[in-house]
Design a protein around this ligand. Structure first.
Ligand code: 9NY
Ligand code: NDP
Length: 515
């Protein structure tokens, strides 16, 4: 019997960010392995015209939860959605709901965050720092609380090269920032933001670092642990391989590559691609929740959920496998044939951007205009290039994350727990994982039908022929122009023509002799 699964039985668990990528997989695993848990409280806001109930209904009826419904048929009754907006005071939770949360919660998993790299400093601080402080304050009023698990990111200290499982101080106290945001106006905040974030690459990673400091400062006598995942990717094994449902991180770039929009990327081919499957992160989270509650470590432990030092993969290997998978299982209606180049050179990267990205988009838009349709490809291309440039920082560097605490925890688990809550990334076969990942992007994110693969392959063949035709036509035009203007080009041309003529004459003569 799994000790971890048994631990969550009968527990009331509070999850923030449960509607997000990580949160959904966390809920799924909890219900599947501990169907006898008491209740999962989730803090949700209405979104995109959907009420809380509609959002929960949609999650529970997704493919991700198919197995859960078999093991835990009354899952609907065990999930309690509480209206909350984490960017508001007291999260805008009603008094009755707050009372219930304070008196019943046993474990907290704090996953909610804004993960946009370009969010405003005000909003990112509200979500990633102030809300964390507020939740810790709530936690300190929960008599039954056993563990508080805070999800940060391995990149919260990406201004360092080697990162240990410790909380690093930030140059400016989080409290000072929170206070000053109260009276500064938005324009001034945006002006001082670059000075505040210093050598952090974006507001997201900076505010996640501040969030960790807040956890350290406000921990009081709570049992807290921090988990730092690197780039969270599709599921590896559970509940099935390749599940993914948003375009963050690598997902958007994989789609852009598969559709033939993105054919070059400014990335160091040998830099470590520190991806970590989402189910591995969730298994670690559940193990950490159990360990923190049962063993009550004296200080706040930080756990790295990374792959680089245990089972490294690099961007080149990843890119090659992504392309190899698209050969076998192409995406539908691609713009161009998938192909990609990783270069860390500025000049080469700009060349590829102009030739492989901007020029085809402009040509296609001209074609759309000529056929009376609205041009859109330049806009799409610019959007993709903007996203790629935002991710560039992470594609051109490698970090070393130590994993002592994570490995220590692994050794503390029983063999059964090591199997059920496996977070040993050394067992991951990258080639197989990436193939399932790409397949998952096609099936679960783009919702493309596998029956459409032959047609998609046919489409790619047509694109290849158009490509050859276009290149031949372009060559002939350029050559014709050169011949008109340059004596040297004319000489070369006459040399080639006379050579071909002589070759053909010789060929004809020798075949006549044979007859
Ligand atoms: C020989 C060689 C061979 C080579 C072969 C090569 C092969 C090549 C293969 C290449 C592939 C392999 C390489 C993989 C590389 C991976 C690198 C990963 C690094 C990640 C590091 C992460 C480190 C940190 C990790 C962390 O710790 S945390 C997570 C990280 N955080 C993020 O990943 C957020 C980033 N993104 C943003 O920050 C914003 O997205 C921003 C970008 C500002 C744009 O922003 P903006 O321009 O405003 O555009 P949006 O509005 O956002 O979106 C625009 C449109 O997409 C829509 N849409 C937005 N969302 C979503 C959503 N959910 N679900 C559905 N739709 C969505 C939205 O509706 C809108 O559609 P529309 O309405 O226009 O129709
Ligand atoms: N994905 C990744 O690659 C990595 C993620 N992480 C960390 O993991 C955690 C989860 O990330 P992930 O699941 O990918 O992110 P998502 O963007 O998928 O999910 C974010 C969650 O936070 C919720 N949220 C955001 N703003 C509010 C708000 N004002 N009130 C209530 N809820 C809000 C969202 O709710 P809603 O659905 O309503 O928007 C959503 O449930 C984050 O802390 C992130 O920093 C760390 C490393 C890598």
């Amino acid at each position: 019997m799994s000790m971890i699964a048994a631990f969550y039985g009968g527990k009331s668990i509070l999850i923030t960010g449960a509607t997000g990528f990580l949160g959904k997989v966390l809920m799924e695993k909890l219900f599947r392995t501990s169907p006898d848990l008491k209740v999962i409280y989730i803090l949700v806001r209405p979104k995109a015209g959907q009420t809380l109930q509609q959002r929960v209904f949609q999650i529970l009826n997704s493919k991700l939860f198919e197995k859960v419904k078999e093991v835990c048929p009354n899952v609907h009754e065990k999930i309690r959605a509480i209206y909350a907006d984490l960017s508001q005071n007291d999260f805008a939770i009603s008094k009755e709901d707050m009372q219930e949360l304070l008196s019943c919660t046993n474990i907290i998993f704090h996953c909610a965050a804004t993960v946009r790299f370009d969010d405003t400093l005000r909003h990112a601080v509200q979500l990633n720092v102030t809300a964390t402080r507020q939740l810790l304050l709530m936690a300190s009023q929960m008599p039954k609380l056993e563990a508080f698990i805070h999800i940060s990111t391995a990149y919260s200290n990406c201004n360092l090269k080697h990162i240990d499982e410790v909380i690093y101080p930030c140059p400016v106290e989080p409290k000072k920032i929170i206070d000053s945001l109260e009276w500064l106006d938005d324009a001034i905040i945006e002006e001082i933001a670059p000075k505040l974030i210093r050598d952090w690459p974006n507001i997201y990673t900076y505010t996640k670092a501040l969030g960790e400091m807040v956890v350290q400062q406000e921990s009081r006598n709570l049992n807290i642990a921090i988990i730092r995942p690197s780039i969270v990717g599709a599921t590896w094994q559970e509940p099935f391989p390749g599940w993914v449902d948003n375009i963050n991180g690598p997902n958007g770039l994989i789609i852009a590559a598969g559709k033939g929009f993105l054919r070059a990327l400014k990335a160091a081919p040998k830099a470590v691609a520190d991806l970590i499957p989402v189910d591995t992160v969730v298994n670690l989270m559940l193990a950490v929740g159990w360990y923190t509650a049962v063993h009550r470590p004296k200080s706040t432990l930080v756990y790295h959920s990374t792959s680089g030092n245990l089972n490294p993969c690099n961007w080149h290997k990843m890119g090659v496998q992504v392309l190899a998978t698209f050969e076998k299982i192409p995406l539908e209606r691609a713009f161009r044939r998938p192909y990609a180049n990783f270069t860390s050179n500025n000049f080469t990267s700009q060349y590829w951007n102009a030739v492989s990205h901007q020029a085809p988009a402009i040509i296609y838009d001209c074609y759309l205009r000529l056929t009376g349709r609205k041009p859109r490809m330049t806009k799409v291309m610019n959007q993709i290039l903007r996203t790629a440039s935002m991710l560039e920082y992470f594609l051109n560097r490698s970090w070393e994350w130590s994993t002592y605490n994570t490995e220590m925890l692994m050794s503390e688990l029983s063999p059964e727990d090591q199997r059920v809550f496996n977070f040993d990334v050394r067992q991951l076969n990258w080639l197989e994982y990436i193939e399932n990942y790409v397949l998952g992007v096609k099936k679960y994110l783009l919702k493309e039908d596998m029956a459409g693969i032959p047609e998609a392959k046919q489409h790619l063949k047509r694109l290849r022929n158009i490509h050859y035709l276009f290149n031949t036509a372009l060559f002939l035009i350029v050559w014709r122009l050169l011949i008109a203007r340059s004596q040297m080009a004319r000489n070369v041309w006459f040399f080639i023509v006379s050579f071909c003529y002589k070759f053909l004459s010789y060929f004809r003569a020798s075949s006549t002799l044979k007859v």
